[in-house]
Design a protein around this ligand. Structure first.
Ligand code: FAD
Ligand code: SF4
Length: 510
């Protein structure tokens, strides 16, 4: 009996029970296919990171004695589709059973399920053994509820898994320390040097070019910070615990024009392709805090744990409870195209120039840059969520649909009507000025609402609230905005709305 086991590019979990013993009756298959390089236009670093991580994983598993067929992108036998390569192998080898791990993406889940229905041999789908939760755990937790509040799910996760708990109570008597985590960077601050030159990426770049794969962004050998093996991911986790965790919390929302990474962990790619598990990341972070409780603020630890067992598991649960309908949501009925400068960073708005620019250069922006700069502007400019999704799905190193679409269409674009975020994440220049040093060097004036140097965020912000009054006014978290708006004179309101209208009509020139 020969079994063929498929390993997808984001299933690089060497601790999976599949690999516990070497079995000569089992052959694994991994493949680089145009189906995956072309379903959106990816950042070049993302394609490089996936292929390098897959190749490293394959070599490691082969060294452990497992039989793996690895199909490279330019292999002449490569049929460039997962299903077609599988059927070719099943027909040409004596394969009697197919097994695969449940994919994280709906698209691949459907494809593999439908493919298996056509097979004449038995098949089996098994868990990927990575997440804390099963696909439908969140849906069961919120069954019968109208809103899916992250905070209640997060508390449930803390209790269920005994994370940062003193018996039944949270450590330090409070569940959430977010209020301590909102500082901007001081004028003088030193960011620890990161190791960015770990490996040879040129061969994969050549392969991508030779095969004509369309990509965005740039890749530079001297600036490739992504871990592509479990060992490298563990080195990064150590670096985060030893050097960055201490400041992670307080500066997690802060933005700086010359520092793309701040004190963030850069672990999302390694986590999403399963080189490391959320459980081991959290345990190591908590252990570091237990060693140095007087040095590392508890708010940093709690904030980090919330991102992983809160937001990350929550987004996965939302995805599986809402797909495929979630992919068509457009609550605010937005239809504008994405401004041109999202593709080259060529705008006079300093915050967007830097957030887009660093995304093109590094395939990375941190959460607040994604939410409150690029996402905020797209929402205020009423861009169609499909266009926003495609941009986010392509540009970021960690963008895989289950965690991209929920954050983008849901949290950032309010296209789900408030299932994830209880209010739209929009802001005027005030917030950006408070949390960054972008406004200092900007062509626009963050204090002005009207006039040719007025910051576009200001008028677009009020235009957004005015436009959606009937949809948003009753939201208790927003009511105060309407009271402020109503206090403005009608001349002032007309001027602001005119300014917004001008900016929306000339959005490509901002
Ligand atoms: P850190 O700030 O160090 O956080 C640690 C870890 O927490 C991350 O590695 C990540 O695994 C997890 N995490 C934090 N916030 C979230 C969140 N909101 N949802 C899920 N996990 C979270 N994350 C992705 O992994 N892939 C995406 O495609 C993606 N798209 C996003 C789109 C938008 C519009 C927004 C607002 C956020 C998106 N995020 C996405 C969440 C978050 O921005 C990234 O996980 C984070 O910036 C990755 O960098 P880091 O590893 O340095 O994270
Ligand atoms: Fe961005 Fe406005 Fe500040 Fe310029 S002034 S950096 S456009 S928020």
């Amino acid at each position: 009996m020969k079994t063929l086991r498929l390993i997808l590019g984001d299933q690089l979990n060497s601790h999976h029970s599949w690999f516990r013993k070497v079995d000569p009756h089992i052959t694994y298959v991994m493949m680089e296919v145009r189906q995956e390089t072309d379903y959106t236009t990816h950042h070049i670093q993302k394609v490089v990171a996936f292929f390098l991580a897959m190749r490293r994983f394959c070599t490691d598993m082969q060294n452990r004695g497992h039989q793996i067929i690895y199909i490279k992108l330019d292999d002449p036998e490569n049929l460039q589709s997962i299903s077609e390569n599988l059927i070719h192998l099943i027909n040409s080898l004596p394969i009697e059973k197919l097994e695969y791990q449940l994919p994280d993406e709906y698209r691949l889940d459907q494809q593999l399920h439908e493919f298996c229905q056509t097979l004449e041999i038995p098949w089996e789908a098994v868990d990927s053994e990575h997440f804390y939760t099963s696909r439908d755990e969140l849906a069961s937790f919120f069954r019968g509820k109208k809103t899916f509040l992250m905070e209640s799910f997060y508390r449930h996760m803390r209790k269920k898994h005994g994370v940062l708990m003193n018996g039944t109570e949270p450590v330090n008597d409070q569940w959430n320390f977010d209020h301590e985590n909102r500082k901007s960077f001081p004028d003088r601050i030193t960011f620890p040097e990161r190791d960015k030159t770990r490996l040879e990426i040129l061969s994969i770049i050549d392969l991508i070019r030779k095969c004509g794969v369309k990509t965005i962004g740039t890749a530079d050998e001297a600036s490739f910070p992504w871990p592509v093996s479990r060992e490298e991911a563990l080195v990064d986790l150590e670096f985060f615990c030893e050097r960055l965790l201490i400041h992670f919390g307080q500066y997690q929302d802060a933005m700086h024009h010359s520092e793309p990474f701040g004190f963030h962990s850069l672990l999302s790619f390694a986590l999403n392709v399963k080189l490391i598990s959320p459980g081991e990341v959290i345990q190591r972070v908590i252990q570091e805090w237990e060693y140095r409780p007087d040095e590392i603020p508890y708010a940093s630890v709690e904030g980090f744990v919330r991102q992983i067992i809160g937001w990350r598991e929550y987004m996965r649960g939302i995805y599986w409870s809402q797909m495929p309908d979630f992919g068509n949501q457009n609550f605010l009925n937005h239809h504008n195209p994405l401004p041109r400068w999202y593709w080259d960073g060529n705008t006079k708005m300093n915050c967007l120039k830097h957030a887009v620019g660093q995304s093109l250069e590094h395939a990375y922006a941190h959460h607040i840059q994604r939410l409150m700069i690029t996402g905020n502007f797209a929402l205020l400019a009423m861009v169609h969520p499909d266009e926003v999704d495609q941009w986010y799905l392509g540009i970021y190193i960690d963008a895989i649909e289950w965690v991209e679409i929920t954050n983008t269409r849901g949290m950032s674009q309010f296209a789900d009507g408030g299932l994830i975020g209880t209010k739209p994440y929009v802001s005027s220049a005030n917030y950006i000025h408070k949390m960054s040093n972008y406004c200092k060097g900007c062509y626009y004036d963050n204090k002005l609402k009207t006039g040719h140097r007025a910051c576009p965020f200001n008028s677009l912000y009020w235009n957004f609230y005015d436009h959606y009054r009937s949809k948003l006014e009753k939201n208790p978290r927003i009511g105060m905005m309407y009271r402020t708006w109503d206090k403005m004179s009608s001349d002032q309101k007309v001027a602001i709305l005119r300014q917004a209208d001008y900016y929306l009509k000339n959005v490509n020139d901002l």
